[in-house]
Design a protein around this ligand. Sequence first.
Ligand code: KG4
Ligand code: ZN
Length: 336
Amino acid sequence: MNTHITLLAIESSCDETSAAVLRNGQLLSNVTANQEVHVQYGGVVPELASRAHQQHIVPVVAAALQQARVTVDDLQAIAFTRGPGLLGSLLVGASFAKGLALARNIPLIDVHHMHAHVLAHFIEDPKPPFPFLCLTVSGGHTQIVHVKSPTDMQIIGETQDDAVGEAFDKAAKMLGLPYPGGPLIDKHAKNGNPLRFTFPEVSTPALNFSFSGIKTAFLYFLQEQQQKNPAFIAENLADICASMQHTLITMLLKKLRKAARQTGISHIAIAGGVSANTGLRQALAEMGATEGWQVYVPRFEYCTDNAAMIAMAAYYKYLAGDFCGQEVSPMPRMAF
Ligand code: KG4
Ligand code: ZN
C-alpha cells in the first residue's frame, strides 16, 4: 500500500502559472511560467492573463510531475488557489484541478492564496514556531497576520487603500520604469541615498496602513521637480528610488513593531512578493536585532507567487481532512 501523501498544487491567481509536487511535506518540484505579455501594457491585463494560463497550464504541470519523478497515478490529492485573485485566471487553475481530481477520483483541496503566502515559511527550515506574526506584502495585499497554527490565523492590521506592492509599481511607472516596477526600484535604490528626499507619511489608526497618500505626494513631487529641471528623474534616479523605498519600508516596519509590542510576539516573518525587497529584508534584520526578534524570511522564489506555498497550505488541509467538492467555484474576493 502507498503510505505517502503526494500532492499536486496549482497556482493561477494573477500572472504566474505555477505547479508544485509535495510529498509528505517535502517539496519535490516547483515550476513557474511568468507572463511577459503584460510588460507592454504596464500592468496585468486580466483577459490576457487568463489566456496565457490556458497556454501554460499543461506544460507547467507536466514539468512539475516530471521533475518530481511522479505520475498522476501517484497523487493523493489535487490542490488549487481558490482566491483571492483575478476571476479568469483563477478559473483556469480551478477547472484544471477539478478535471484532474474527477478523472483520477482523488480529493480536491481549495487553498486561500494569502494563507499560502504565510505558509511559504514551512517549505524550508528554519520554520517559525507558533504563534508568530507575518507581514504579508504583495501587489494586492498588505497585512499583519497573527498566526496561531497552520489553519488558524487572523489579520490584525491591513491596508485601508492600496497595497504596498502597488505603491512600488505605481511609483516605478511614474519614473518611466517598466512593469512590475518593484524589483527595479529595489535595484536602483541600492546605489542611492535613502535620506535625500522625504515624503509625507499618512498617519493611520491602530495597525492599519495607507499607501494612496504617498503615491499622490510622490506624483506632485516629481511634477514640481521636473518643472525646475526636466532631467530631474534621469539625474537622480537612484536617490529617488532609495528615498521612496525607504519611506515605504519605514511605514511597514513601524506598524510591524507596534504589532509585535502589542501582542508580545517575538517570532516575526515576512511573506509575499514585496518581501523579496532587499531594503526591507535588511531593515527587518536591523529592527529584529534591536527589538530582540527572531526573524524569518523565505527564499526569494517562495516570496513571489508560486505553487509550492499552495502545496504546503494544502498539506495541512489534507492532514485535517479538509477537502472541497466539485461544486466549488473560484472567489476573486475570498474572505481571509
Ligand atoms: O506576491 P506577488 O508575487 O503577487 C501578488 O499576489 O500580488 O507580489 C507581486 C508584487 C509586485 O507589486 C512586485 O512589484 C512586488 O511584489 N515585488 C517587489 C520586489 N519583487 C517583487 N517589490 C519591491 N522590491 C522587490 N524586490
Ligand atoms: Zn501573491
